[in-house]
Design a protein around this ligand. Structure first.
Ligand code: PHE
Length: 521
């Protein structure tokens, strides 16, 4: 306001050090005052009410030693003053001089006083050689103390700087002119152009705040993919670029038949027991699967066939018809392979898995046994009644791949997995013989984890058994290999999460989901 009023009165301020700041104890000439003035100038300039130019000054101030000399005189002058005029008194010895004016002043002052021709030495001590002296050092320092500079000029200043009696201070001051929007009152500038301003026409006279192109924008809000979905998308893309077809996996509820029996999992298998599998109570039983296929599956369990002796234990219809939450997506793989086999025979299957009229199927084959190689994948949710801990929940996602072709070998499976995992960025793989009721041989897949510096199990795989494939009606020389990994494990590793509850469930931070980057394996 002071600046605006002064400008209004005199139309320009040539030197902001001349401003009289009311009620201020710091003089306007001080740097603190100029810094405060600069703040006000910047804010007025941003409104184009004023414009200003910066001027640099350099001034000098006394050091503590310099201040003492300004007060008491230079060392040499004090030496001179302490001595008697030649012939008028006892010459003063060094010890006595030190006692009179102090060690430091006596030592330094003596030499200079000699050089100036102010004193001489007699046999018993020092006496004055000049009857009067002019203490220029003191006079100059007093001038600097009151004006900040010396009329004598830079050479004298440099000499005093060298003697560490003064220091140079840089300072700023400003000249101020009126700007295009000059006014004596600071109007709060408008930040938004409103409908009211447009209709009333007040926008014409309003002042608007200048647009700040440097300002950070407000982050836009919007939907975000959960890390699991981002990783799922990446894995899905790997499958798609390798020519895989996505299986329908919307049947969270399956029957014991499709989840276990069709895969040649024995009816007495421990995984089927209540502690591993969630069974449904209402409805508790499934629709019947295709009758002839059902019979072939029951027979291979009870009595064997296709070169197998079977499990030779009684078959339970009830066990087969129980409804449950699927424990693996291999239930879907089995159903897809069954459909593939049915297609070979020229049958079509409707969405419930029932065999229907063959005439509508445009994909039915014409030559030979009608088999066509197939590659399927799925990434979806499965359920297991597990003890929950930092890495286990009762539901998780399985990534599953299945390849069906004639005369595939174990080497094909291993080679295929090397390619697949390489696309996920996993290159160090080891395979360990394992057991699955539906595959023989079976392999557990281990990968070397560079951050953990150890081998971790990442999946399970194998070649599906004849007892599973042949009852479906697939040609005898068709081999199918498959593998499954979890979606959660690579996601947790990729995002550095060590507790599954920070990834899934009510403790998941929405902000974390929004800001987590889309990752590349
Ligand atoms: N279903 C198996 C599992 O739950 C994974 C698997 C799929 C193994 C296909 C072999 C073949 O771990």
């Amino acid at each position: 306001q002071l600046i605006l009023d002064t400008l209004d009165q005199f139309s320009a301020i040539d030197d902001t050090r001349t401003l009289v700041i009311p009620g201020q104890t710091v003089p306007a000439t001080s740097q603190d005052a100029q810094i405060a003035i600069l703040g006000a100038l910047n804010s007025l300039q941003s409104r184009e009410m004023i414009s200003y130019e910066t001027r640099e000054t350099s001034s000098h101030a006394l050091t503590p030693e310099g201040a003492q000399i300004a007060l008491e005189g230079s060392h040499e002058a004090r030496v001179w003053a302490a001595l008697p005029v030649k012939g008028e008194g006892e010459p003063v010895g060094v010890q006595e001089l030190k006692r009179k004016i102090g060690d430091e002043a006596a030592k330094v002052g003596q030499g200079r006083a000699f050089k100036n021709g102010w004193i001489t030495k007699e046999s018993s001590g020092f006496v004055k050689a000049a009857s009067s002296i002019e203490d220029t050092t003191q006079i100059e320092l007093r001038e600097i103390d009151s004006t900040g500079t010396l009329k004598a000029g830079e050479k004298a200043l440099a000499e005093l700087r060298k003697r560490k009696l003064i220091v140079q201070r840089k300072g700023q001051w400003f000249t101020v002119r009126k700007g295009p929007n000059f006014s004596t009152s600071i109007a709060k500038p408008e930040t938004d152009l409103t409908v009211d301003m447009l209709t009333s026409g007040s926008w014409k006279s309003a002042t608007f705040k200048k647009y700040n192109f440097e300002a950070d924008g407000i982050p836009t809000s919007g939907g975000a993919f959960h890390p699991l979905l981002k990783v799922r998308e990446e894995i899905r893309n790997i499958f798609l670029e390798m020519g895989f077809e996505e299986m329908p996996t919307n049947s969270f509820v399956e029957s014991g038949f499709w989840c276990f029996d069709a895969l040649f999992v024995p009816q007495l298998h421990p995984a089927r027991e209540l502690q591993d599998t969630f069974y449904l109570s209402d409805p508790s039983t499934s629709l019947r699967p295709p009758e002839d296929y059902y019979k072939r599956v029951a027979t291979v369990h009870e009595k064997g066939g296709y070169g197998s002796i079977g499990y030779r234990s009684p078959w339970s219809d009830e066990e087969s018809h129980k409804l449950l939450l699927r424990t693996h997506t291999t239930a879907s793989s089995g159903a897809m392979l069954y459909k593939l086999a049915a297609r070979c025979r020229g049958e079509t299957i409707d969405e419930h898995g029932d065999v229907g009229d063959p005439e509508g199927d445009t994909r039915q084959s014409v030559e030979g046994d009608g088999f066509r190689p197939a590659k399927f994948f799925s990434i979806d949710r499965v359920f297991r009644n597990e003890t929950m801990d930092a890495t286990h929940l009762a539901e998780f996602h399985q990534v599953e791949g299945v390849v069906a072709d004639r005369n595939l070998t174990l080497a094909d499976l291993i080679g295929f997995m090397r390619v697949f995992f390489k696309k996920m960025g996993v290159t160090d793989l080891r395979f360990k013989p394992a057991y699955n009721p539906y595959t023989e041989p079976s392999l557990e897949i281990f990968a070397f984890h560079p951050m953990l510096q150890k081998w971790v199990e990442i999946g399970n795989s194998g070649m599906f058994r004849a007892e599973m494939l042949e009852p479906m009606g697939l040609p005898k020389d068709v081999r199918v290999h498959g593998w499954g990994i979890s979606l959660e494990r690579p996601t947790m590793i990729r995002y550095g999460i060590n507790n599954i509850r920070t990834l899934v469930g009510h403790k998941t931070s929405i902000e974390g989901v929004e800001t987590s980057p889309a990752v590349m394996f």
